[in-house]
Design a protein around this ligand. Structure first.
Ligand code: HEC
Ligand code: HEC
Length: 328
């Protein structure tokens, strides 16, 4: 008897399907926000921190709050290449987003602040930003009955102090998490959540294009510093470590809500995501400090569009941010 065997060859392509299980595990959104033991979460502390974040009384000339440069409508950035400083001077660096920083490790483009609490002292006291000694902020807030009441509830032993101000703002910042994106629904198994182009783009991201050498995990950052070969006079991480290999190295930004966060890079020098991909296609400026993880990546126009479609799938559902009523 003759038995005919038919072999069906299944090409392992996930363009039509779900994310492969191994990758899905790497990109799974976390369920809870981590808060440090030294500054645990409370809803009242976060609410107080939100008031301080939006309060212009934290600047010498009452003209600037944290939200001036980290505006929720602009992906918690400010939409300009270099931030506008408090004295009308343009800063050399672009305002980074404050989304998902509860998972951050070192802060600023060059990583010079070891915690969010430490980071906050920078902009408040910097002459080109809010330009006011924190001790003076403490005095100003002491004069406000509403703040005195709130601080004594949240910090019964401490009241209004430099530390309690920093802890409140940092707690609020840690609550700022990007919303669930179509990409997340796809990772969770909804095969219709993103387009086939975006699925192909994700495959490229993890393979031929090598983006995942640095943009790792659910927030798409390794929290490390790399020179990706942009033209810039800024020495970046080298100013902190003095290591020549850190020249022009900057912290890998997360890619959540990236479509809402133009312009791009530490100096805001690239206006569109299309220009960002073109930069990676070129491989960047060849120099000693260029990351060994950077190589020119020849992409076809369709592959470039696929990568762009994937980046577009990282925008979370809109989250309304209400302005706090500030105490007087
Ligand atoms: C004048 C605009 C401006 C103001 C006001 C401002 N920032 Fe920033 N912020 C920036 C810029 C520019 C950087 C990047 C500077 C650098 O890396 O050297 C930055 C960096 C940061 C970072 C680091 C993000 C990361 O990924 O490492 C955090 C967090 C932050 N700011 C929070 C705040 C808070 C909180 C306030 C209010 C107390 C504030 N900023 C006020 C412009 C501003
Ligand atoms: C060698 C590590 C590395 C690789 C590989 C890499 N990136 Fe980046 N990426 C970075 C760093 C570091 C920055 C910030 C550089 C700067 O500002 O000077 C960045 C910036 C970006 C930005 C702008 C983010 C912002 O907030 O301004 C986007 C978008 C981006 N990368 C996407 C990609 C894509 C897509 C790929 C693959 C084609 C890729 N990256 C490959 C490290 C890397």
């Amino acid at each position: 008897m003759l038995v005919a065997t038919m072999v069906i060859v299944v090409t392992p392509s996930f363009a039509q399907d779900k994310a492969p299980a191994t990758l899905a595990a790497d990109y799974q959104r976390p369920q809870v926000i981590p808060f440090p033991a030294s500054n645990p979460y409370s809803a009242e502390k976060a609410q107080l921190g939100k008031m301080l974040f939006f309060d212009q009384r934290l600047s010498r000339n009452f003209n600037m709050s944290c939200a001036t440069c980290h505006n929720p409508s602009l992906g918690w950035e400010d939409g300009v290449p270099g931030a506008f400083g408090g004295q009308g001077k343009t800063l050399d660096r672009h305002s980074p987003t404050i989304l998902n920083l509860a998972w951050g490790e070192e802060f600023f483009w060059d990583g010079r602040a070891p915690s969010l609490e430490e980071q906050i002292k920078g902009p408040i006291q910097s002459p080109n930003e809010m330009n006011i000694p924190i001790a003076q902020v403490v005095d100003r807030l002491q004069a406000v009955q509403g703040y005195r009441n709130l601080f004594s509830r949240v910090f019964p032993n401490e009241g209004i102090s430099e530390q309690s101000i920093l802890k409140s703002i940092a707690t609020y910042e840690r609550t700022i998490v990007s919303g669930t994106a179509p990409f997340d629904r796809w990772i969770d198994g909804d095969s219709a959540a993103i387009s086939d182009a975006a699925k192909r783009g994700f495959a490229l991201f993890n393979d031929e294009a090598g983006c995942n050498r640095c943009h790792t995990g659910w927030n798409f950052t390794d929290n490390r510093f790399h020179d990706i070969g942009l033209a810039t006079p800024d020495n970046g991480r080298m100013t902190i470590t003095q290591q020549p290999s850190d020249q022009h190295a900057f912290k890998t930004p997360g890619l959540r809500n990236i479509s809402q966060r133009a312009p791009y890079m530490h100096n805001g020098s690239l206006k569109t995501l299309s220009q960002v991909i073109d930069h990676y296609i070129s491989g960047g400026i060849q120099r000693d400090s260029l990351s060994p993880k950077m190589t020119p990546i020849p992409l076809t126009p369709q592959q470039k569009n696929d990568l762009l479609a994937f980046l577009g799938s990282l925008t979370g559902e809109a989250q309304a941010v209400s302005l706090p009523i500030l105490p007087y």
